[in-house]
Write a protein that binds this ligand. Structure first.
Ligand SMILES: NC(=O)c1ccc[n+]([C@@H]2O[C@H](COP(=O)([O-])OP(=O)(O)OC[C@H]3O[C@@H](n4cnc5c(N)ncnc54)[C@H](O)[C@@H]3O)[C@@H](O)[C@H]2O)c1
Length: 301
């Protein structure tokens, strides 16, 4: 079976697949144009978040049998279309969860104590003790929107910090240590709101000006899920009006952003979509990708 690895992937993953007898080419810099001409010769492909697998590419590859996405979100792949063509689409749903959860928790501390702003200040040789009175996260209410694998990891850690954890997730029945509430109730009661749900037609722009209006004054927002679930214009307005005290963003509607004005606000901190960028998560993703492709090859030999 011939596999094309299109994005940066652990070398152990490539070696493991080769040792199992797969013919693997590694092209982590392949362009969409090259992919269109090269991919028809392959049975399978591995992608991370860089390579998009849209309908025209799939149409052009009648021999393609399997797509493995190293990571969680499948929004970069036209999954329904691929499956309608008999292509198996798989991801590595659990490998990243702890890393993304730790980033979300880290962001909450950074917002509570203005850690990014204190660092900029002290590096500028200022000693602004009075400017930086923060607050504790313990005793506060965290509202999780989406409690799948990552949301659950955040909930465990937040509970251990003494936070009250609420969650809105219409697709689950119950979860220990978490109080499931309606969407509007979560918005109204939370001191921190952290997003851990997929981006799709239902969730795009799910948080806009009407939702910000329902939130507590001084709420803090963390988004390590996907850009575009929060309407960025509405967030900008809420941050400049003081309704939202601070936001921490790992993801953006466009990546890298085209308009950087949100990130230029003093009360916004961010990172370039690094939720899963830890050695541990990458190792687990690589191992899971190799395992899934080897199993697939054995099952279809
Ligand atoms: N920042 C990063 O680098 C990074 C890394 C991995 C995953 N992610 C993103 O994190 C998000 C969550 O990942 P996960 O692994 O926990 O996924 P998951 O599928 O395990 O959990 C998602 C949860 O969202 C819930 N959900 C779906 N629609 C909802 C809605 N309308 N309202 C509320 N809840 C809803 C689902 O029921 C599910 O429980 C995804 O968007 C994923 O792409 C980001």
């Amino acid at each position: 079976m011939k596999i094309l690895v299109c994005d940066k992937t652990e070398k152990e993953c490539i070696e493991q697949m080769r040792q199992a007898g797969l013919e693997v080419d590694y092209r982590d810099d392949i362009t969409p144009e090259e992919l269109m001409t090269v991919l028809p010769a392959y049975d399978g492909m591995v992608v991370r978040s860089r390579t998009k697998v849209r309908q025209p590419l799939i149409e052009n590859c009648p021999n393609l049998k399997v797509i493995v996405r190293g990571g969680v979100g499948l929004d970069t792949i036209d999954v329904d279309y691929a499956r309608s063509k008999g292509i198996t689409v798989m991801n590595t749903p659990l490998a990243n969860s702890a890393s993304v959860a730790e980033l979300a928790i880290g962001f909450m501390f950074a917002l509570a104590r203005s850690l990014c702003q204190t660092t900029a200040s002290i590096k500028a040789e200022k000693w602004e003790k009075k400017r930086f009175e923060g607050d504790e996260v313990g005793g506060k209410t965290l509202g999780l929107i989406g409690v799948g694998s990552i949301g659950r990891e955040v909930a465990k850690r937040a509970s251990a910090l003494g936070m009250t954890v609420l969650a809105y997730d219409p697709y689950i029945q119950g979860l220990d240590g978490v109080t499931l509430v309606g969407f509007n109730e979560l918005l109204a009661q939370s001191d921190y709101i952290s997003l851990h749900l997929p981006k799709n037609k239902e969730t795009e722009n799910m948080i806009g000006s009407d939702q910000f209006a329902m939130m507590k004054d001084g709420v803090r927002i963390v988004n390590c899920a996907r850009g575009g679930i929060i309407n960025e214009e509405a967030l900008y307005t809420a941050l400049t009006s003081g309704k939202v005290a601070g936001a921490a963003l790992d993801v953006f509607a466009e990546e890298p952003p085209v308009d950087w004005k949100l990130l230029k606000l003093e009360n916004v901190i961010g990172s370039p979509h690094i939720g899963a960028a830890t050695k541990e998560a990458q190792g687990r993703v690589g191992a899971e990708v190799a395992e899934k492709l080897i199993d697939f090859a054995l099952a279809h030999a």
